[in-house]
Structures are given as structure tokens and as C-alpha cells.
Design a protein around this ligand. Structure first.
Ligand code: ATP
Length: 232
């Protein structure tokens, strides 16, 4: 397994948000986490990437316990995180935003890493010199994911990547996510909407009030089960 979350309990100060959450991400492919507003999806991702210290439970990446590592150490271990509504450096151009991340990579890899990230999002090619602050919402989201790809993650963690984005661009983002998974990346995908996430996922988990209420195998035919769980 690429990621193994075992009986994770976590929260903020005195508020426990997640209780005994367990889920796995396979070595390749998409693991979807669904749930209504406030179910604890973002909290789960923050614990996985190290922005929140779990109260109890373990988080293993490719067999290694990463649950107490600082966020940047988890990046070194192969995690990349694209938060919801992610912003890049607004004063820098699209290309500069990618280069800033690439500067942290071995010199021999930098140029190729930027090119490979751009190949995933052809729409960014046309706005390489534009300031990130002037990009559309869809372009910004594509840039945010492209930036994450530069570190060549083993596990890509995405929080609602199509939230608030115009429908034509949503398709481009979904295609890019699918093609990354098809090329062997492991992706942990949080979504509030059932359609795309469940149909492309190998496995899915539904959270409600911080607990797992349903888990199963993804695919178009799983959508009805997930919708039913979400109306309970
Ligand atoms: N920084 C914080 N301090 C205290 N409570 C928080 C904090 N962030 C979130 N919460 C609470 O934790 C619970 C879960 O929030 P979380 O953001 O994980 O849900 P979510 O499923 O990601 O929802 P959304 O779709 O709105 O992002 C909510 O009740 C929220 O009020």
C-alpha cells in the first residue's frame, strides 16, 4: 500500500473532528474521500500531510510511519498536497511559479520537471508569462497541481480540485487526474460531489461527522451506494 491510515483520531484544541478513521491508498490509482461540508475531509488531509498532529492512530507511507514527521519531511518522503482554493505566488508568472518549485529539485531534473508538469496541463502553455494573480480560477488550479507534480510525488493529495471551477476546465482537470493515475501515481482525492471521484476511484470512503460510514470499490456503478450513504 502507498498510504495506510489506521484508526486515526484528530482534531483542533479540545474538539475531536476525526474518530478512528482507517483507509488505504493503493500503489497506483485514485482513492476518493467523500462527505458533506464539515464531515472532516480537509482535516483528514491535513493530518496526512502533517499540518495537524493526530491524537492517536498511525499514518504510513509505503510502509514508513510518517505520522510525526514535519510537513516538509513528508514532501521528501513523496507526498504532495494541493489544498482547496490553492494560491500560487500571485506576483510571479506561471512559469516562474513552476521554476520556484523546480529550484528545490536536483539541477539535472529541473527543466524536465517543469516540462512534464506543463505537458499535463496544455492550457498553461498559453499563459506562461502571465502573473499567477491574473489567471482564471481554472488556470490557477491547474498551476497548483502542476506545481505539486514538480516534486515527482508518489502520493498526490488533492482537496476538491474542481470546486468553483467553470465546467469546461473541470473536464481538463479531471482528465489530467485520470491520466496521472493511469501513469502509475497514487492519488488521494477529496470531493464533495459524487460523480467523477467515485467513478474513477479504485476505492472510496464516505465520511460523516468525522467517522467512516461507508467504504467500497469505486466505479460508475458505485455512485448510487455513495449517494445513498450521503443522504442518511
Ligand atoms: N482550524 C479549525 N479549528 C477548529 N475547528 C475546525 C478547524 N477547521 C475545521 N474545523 C471543524 O472541523 C470540522 C470538519 O471540518 P473540515 O474542514 O475537515 O470538513 P470538510 O469535510 O473538509 O468540509 P468542507 O467541504 O467544508 O471543506 C468542522 O466542524 C469544522 O468546523
Amino acid at each position: 500500500m502507498m498510504l495506510e491510515i489506521d484508526t486515526l483520531t484528530a482534531g483542533y484544541d479540545r474538539t475531536t473532528v476525526l474518530r478512528d478513521v482507517s483507509l488505504n491508498c493503493a500503489e497506483r490509482g485514485i482513492t476518493a474521500v467523500l462527505g458533506h461540508n464539515g464531515a472532516g475531509k480537509t482535516t483528514l488531509l491535513r493530518a496526512v500531510v502533517g499540518l495537524l498532529r493526530p491524537t492517536s492512530g498511525t499514518i504510513r507511507l509505503d510502509g514508513k510511519d510518517i505520522g510525526r514527521l514535519a510537513p516538509h519531511r513528508r514532501v521528501h518522503e513523496g507526498l504532495a498536497y494541493v489544498p482547496q482554493g490553492q494560491r500560487s505566488f500571485e506576483q510571479l508568472s506561471t512559469l516562474e511559479n513552476l521554476q520556484v518549485v523546480a529550484d528545490g529539485q536536483p539541477r539535472s531534473r529541473r527543466r524536465r520537471a517543469v516540462q512534464e508538469a506543463l505537458d499535463r496541463f496544455p492550457a498553461l502553455q498559453a499563459v506562461l508569462d502571465r502573473q499567477a494573480g491574473l489567471l482564471s480560477g481554472g488556470q490557477r488550479q491547474q498551476l497548483a497541481i502542476a506545481r505539486a507534480l514538480i516534486t515527482a510525488p508518489r502520493l498526490l493529495v488533492l482537496d476538491e480540485p474542481t470546486e468553483g471551477i467553470q465546467p469546461s476546465v473541470v473536464l481538463e482537470i479531471e482528465r489530467a487526474i485520470e491520466s496521472l493515475a493511469a501513469d502509475g501515481m497514487s492519488i488521494l482525492l477529496v470531493e464533495q460531489h459524487v460523480g467523477f471521484a467515485v467513478s474513477v476511484a479504485q476505492t472510496y470512503t464516505v465520511l460523516a461527522a468525522g467517522r467512516v460510514i461507508q467504504q467500497g470499490t469505486g466505479g460508475a456503478e458505485a455512485q448510487a451506494d455513495v449517494r445513498a450513504a450521503l443522504t442518511l
